[in-house]
Design a binder for this molecule. Structure first.
Ligand code: DGY
Length: 330
C-alpha cells in the first residue's frame, strides 16, 4: 500500500515534520503564506491529511471536488477559520489544540493588562526617543490593578486560568459566560457570575476570552464600550472581530476608555489606522500562545491528531482532540 500524503501549510518545528514522516509522505511549506480559496483548494489536492494554521480558511468551496482529504489538524485552539459543517459533510475529521496553551495565554493576558495599565509601552518609546531628562513625580501616571475588579468575558479554561492569577493581585473577579460555571469552579477561580451589562459597568478592567462566532461579532461595540468605566483597560486576546475596532479607537481617543491591550484585530494582519495612531493602546501580533514550550506542545498535539485521524500511530482512529468526533463513528 502506498504511503498516505500529508501537507503542512506553514513552517513547523523540524522534529514535528520528522515525526509525521515516520508515517506519511510529507510536503511541508517553508514559507508562511496567506492563500486564496483557489490557491488553498489547489494546494490540498492529492493529500490525505493537512496540518493547517489559522490563516488557512477551509470552506465548502475549498473542499469542492476533493474526495481524498480525510483529516485536517488545525494548529490552534480557535477554529473560526474552519467551516466545520462543510468539513463534517465532506466526512473529514477536524481537530484543534485545546488545553496545552491555556497557561501561556493567561500569562500573556496579564502582560497586556499590566503594560496597558502602567503605560509601559509609551514610556519606553519616550525614553528611547531621548525625552527623559530626570524623574518627574507626576509623569506617566497609570492605573492600578491591585484591589480593582477584573472582569472576564468568556470563562472557558483560559478565562479560568486568568481568574486564578487575579488572586495574586488581590483583584475580585466578575465573569460572564454563555453557561454559568459549577459553584466549586467559581470558588476555586474566586469568580462571581454576573450578566453582561453588569460585567461591563462594574469591571475596572476587562479581558475578552470568548470564541469568535457569528453571534460574538462585535460583542464589544460602541454600546458596550459606553457602559464601561472611563479609566478601564480592555484586553482582547481572543479573536479579531469580537471587538469593533473603529468604535474602540474612538472611545480610546475621546477618553471614554482608559487604555487597551490587543493581540488580535479585525482583518489582521491589517490593524485599524485609528488604533495605530493612539498611544493608549498596546498592540501585539497575535502572540498570546507564542512561547517555545507552548508552540511545541501545540504542534505535537496537532501532529498526534493528524496521525491518529489517518489511522496510524499508537492512538490510531482516536485523535486526542477532535472537533467533529461524529465523523469517526460513521
Ligand atoms: C489559538 O490557538 O487559537 C491562538 O489564537 C493561536 O495561537
Amino acid at each position: 500500500m502506498s504511503k498516505q500524503r500529508v501537507w503542512v501549510s506553514r513552517p513547523l518545528f523540524p522534529e514535528i515534520v520528522t515525526k509525521l514522516e515516520q508515517y506519511f509522505v510529507v510536503v511541508a511549506e517553508t514559507a508562511d503564506q496567506k492563500r486564496s480559496t483557489e490557491q488553498l483548494k489547489k494546494a490540498l489536492a492529492g493529500f490525505d491529511g493537512a496540518l493547517l494554521g489559522l490563516n488557512d480558511r477551509v470552506d465548502a468551496a475549498v473542499l469542492e471536488g476533493n474526495n481524498r482529504l480525510k483529516a485536517i489538524a488545525n494548529l490552534g485552539v480557535g477554529y473560526n477559520n474552519l467551516d466545520i459543517a462543510a468539513i463534517t459533510r465532506a466526512g473529514i475529521i477536524a481537530s484543534n489544540t485545546p488545553e496545552v496553551l491555556n497557561e501561556s495565554v493567561a500569562d500573556y493576558a496579564w502582560a497586556l493588562l499590566l503594560v496597558a495599565a502602567r503605560r509601559v509601552n509609551s514610556a519606553e518609546r519616550w525614553l528611547r526617543a531621548g525625552q527623559w531628562h530626570g524623574m518627574r513625580f507626576d509623569d506617566w501616571l497609570g492605573v492600578d490593578l491591585h484591589g480593582k475588579t477584573l472582569g472576564i468575558l468568556g470563562m472557558g479554561r483560559i478565562g479560568q486560568a486568568i481568574a486564578r492569577r487575579a488572586q495574586g493581585f488581590g483583584m475580585p473577579v466578575l465573569y460572564h459566560n454563555r453557561h454559568r460555571l459549577p459553584e466549586s469552579l467559581e470558588q476555586s477561580c474566586g469568580a462571581r457570575y454576573v450578566d453582561k451589562p453588569t460585567l461591563l459597568r462594574e469591571s475596572d478592567h476587562l479581558v475578552l476570552v470568548l470564541p469568535f462566532t457569528s453571534e460574538n461579532r462585535h460583542a464589544i461595540g460602541a454600546a458596550e464600550l459606553a457602559l464601561m468605566k472611563p479609566r478601564a483597560v480592555l484586553v482582547n486576546i481572543a479573536r479579531g472581530g469580537i471587538v469593533d475596532d473603529a468604535a474602540l479607537a474612538s472611545a480610546l481617543r475621546d477618553g471614554r476608555l482608559g487604555a487597551a491591550g490587543l493581540d488580535v484585530f479585525e482583518g489582521e494582519p491589517a490593524v485599524h489606522a485609528d488604533l495605530l495612531a493612539l498611544e493608549n493602546v498596546v498592540l501585539s501580533p497575535h502572540i498570546a500562545s507564542a512561547t517555545e514550550d507552548t508552540r511545541r506542545a501545540m504542534a505535537t498535539l496537532a501532529a498526534d491528531n493528524l496521525i491518529a485521524a489517518l489511522g496510524r500511530g499508537p492512538q490510531s482512529g482516536h485523535p486526542p482532540t477532535p472537533i467533529n468526533p461524529e465523523v469517526l463513528t460513521r
